[in-house]
Write a protein that binds this ligand. Structure first.
Ligand code: 4AD
Ligand code: MG
Length: 467
């Protein structure tokens, strides 16, 4: 047997009263009185703790009563029904073994600790109720992702992390090199990357999309779910330098198909969190002063999303501005990019629900997007959600070889460097479409956490790669 002890989660779900069990976990609180102590134990398996009554007659009672918070212990005891509020069982300890103690300088004492302080102690913050709730939900959404795509016939594709091509054409890549920075080989005044490890310049991938498209043209429907790296200098509450992205890619599909897919996927994740993480969501609603969290998730999980074109959005923003709405950045003219506050205005104030914005100007979007007949816009979508802004970016892809390579040249990219990608348009091309969902933004949306640094275990952001 791997574990000869019970998880607190299993005890709560089976309520095995009048049976003896062993549990192992960390002390969340300890109240001592003359005759006994109330110990609250959690082993991470569920949001619910286990209350343990420790009788002062236990031989090592003095040592137990002196334990600091987050000491680890092994407890064997009788599970009994409890009269205590909010719990149906508790345990009467028969024996307690002290496994690991806590010294005076333990940073996480019971007093309220700020999120900023917890970020500085990212190695310990998973122990708080807040972070363990967020990370159990993160797990649920991750499992839901695989279930959602698997159940719909998609194949999980692992795309490379190291690449030589800029998949978004936006030049925000981290270099991968084994050359000595203090003394690199030079040729005509430039670093000679032909002497580098891969005999060429290489980077961390900003997307798995281009490789995903190759396999969509073989397997029909694929999705990726992997780490993605962007060296953009955006120190905001919604940007990470290393984040996880899910990118489905579908052959013989158009933009409408993947817009529906994106909506269904977001709603599926919400339903799973409501099903498996009620306790966590209730806790987060209270902790983050977000009393409507569960009602909102239930509503969004089964309601239509709004849908508008970029051109309509510009019109709506201009009208809102004319009617007196104050934007920090003025509503953009047609052709300009939407700032976060504009995105949030659309989904939080105008529509008050997730909003799919389609057909942006080609100048502000990536080279691979399918061009519309108007010659000005591309067949793309962003899905914007309240509290977060853009959670999904996607498009139908340009499947025509000449149009694709012409657009690449217009945007200053050399099609020769993407020969394998353009080959897809020469060999049995099909209409196809896909999107990328930022996983941390989805975790923010479901948990109501407002800083992306608090939904990934060890955030990487500009000037920060501790841990
Ligand atoms: O809109 P993006 O840049 O689209 C792509 O990467 C496409 N290749 C996707 C595709 O069509 N297959 O990124 C997709 C999503 C964004 O909507 C956002 O949720 C998230 O990835 N994202 C980030 N999340 C955290 N930190 C960052 N720096 C992010 N950049 C993008
Ligand atoms: Mg985008």
């Amino acid at each position: 047997m791997l574990q000869n002890f019970s998880s607190i989660k299993s005890l709560h779900s089976t309520s095995p009263v009048e049976q003896t069990h062993t549990v192992k976990g960390w002390i969340k609180s300890l109240r001592n009185s003359k005759k006994f102590s109330f110990m609250v134990l959690n082993d991470g398996s569920s949001h619910k703790d286990l209350q343990i009554v420790v009788d002062a007659t236990l031989e090592n009672y003095a040592a137990i009563a002196a334990l600091g918070l987050h000491s680890s212990v092994e407890v064997t005891g009788l599970v009994v029904g409890s009269l205590g509020k909010g719990q149906s069982i508790e345990m009467q300890a028969k024996s307690i073994t002290i496994v690991g103690t806590i010294p005076e300088d333990y940073p996480l004492q019971k007093k309220e600790t700020s999120l900023e302080f917890l970020r500085e102690n990212a190695h310990l913050r998973g122990r708080t109720q807040l972070f363990s709730a967020v990370f159990r939900i993160r797990h649920t959404l991750s499992k839901a992702t695989h279930d959602f795509f698997h159940e719909r016939g998609y194949f999980y594709l692992h795309t490379p992390i190291i690449t030589s091509s800029d998949g978004e054409g936006a030049g925000e890549m981290f270099r991968v090199s084994t050359l000595k920075p203090e003394n690199p080989p030079m040729v005509s005044g430039k670093v000679d990357y032909s002497k580098d490890y891969f005999a060429r310049e290489t980077f961390l991938n900003v997307t798995g999309q281009l490789e995903g498209e190759c396999y969509a043209m073989a397997l029909g429907k694929i999705y990726t779910f992997g780490p993605t790296f962007r060296a953009e200098n955006s120190n905001t509450a919604r940007h990470l330098s290393e984040f996880w992205m899910i990118e489905p890619e579908v052959a013989f599909a158009d933009l409408d198909d993947v817009a529906d897919l994106g909506r269904d996927y977001i709603q599926f994740m919400m339903k799973r969190a409501l099903e498996f993480n009620r306790d966590e969501l209730e806790f987060l609603a209270g902790k983050n002063n977000n009393p409507d969290l569960i009602a909102t998730l239930e509503h969004v999980a089964s309601s239509p999303f709004a849908r508008v074109t970029y051109t309509e959005v510009i019109d709506i923003l201009k009208k809102a501005q004319a009617a007196g709405h104050k934007f920090e950045f003025a509503a953009p003219d047609w052709g300009g990019d939407l700032a976060t506050e504009h995105e949030r205005y659309m989904c939080e104030i105008h529509f008050k629900k997730p909003t799919i914005v389609t057909d942006y100007p080609k100048e502000i979007k990536a080279f691979y997007m399918k061009q519309n007949p108007d010659g000005k816009t591309v067949r793309c979508m962003d899905i914007l959600v309240p509290g977060v802004g853009e959670i999904i970016g996607g498009s139908q892809r340009e499947e025509d070889y000449d149009k694709l390579t012409t657009r690449m040249k217009e945007m200053g990219l050399d099609p020769a460097g993407y020969w394998w990608y353009t080959d897809l348009r020469r060999f049995g091309t099909t209409p196809h479409a896909g999107f990328g969902l930022g996983f941390e933004r989805a975790v923010m949306y479901v948990t109501g956490m407002t800083n992306i640094r608090d939904v990934i275990a060890f955030p990487r952001t500009p000037k920060n790669a501790e841990f």
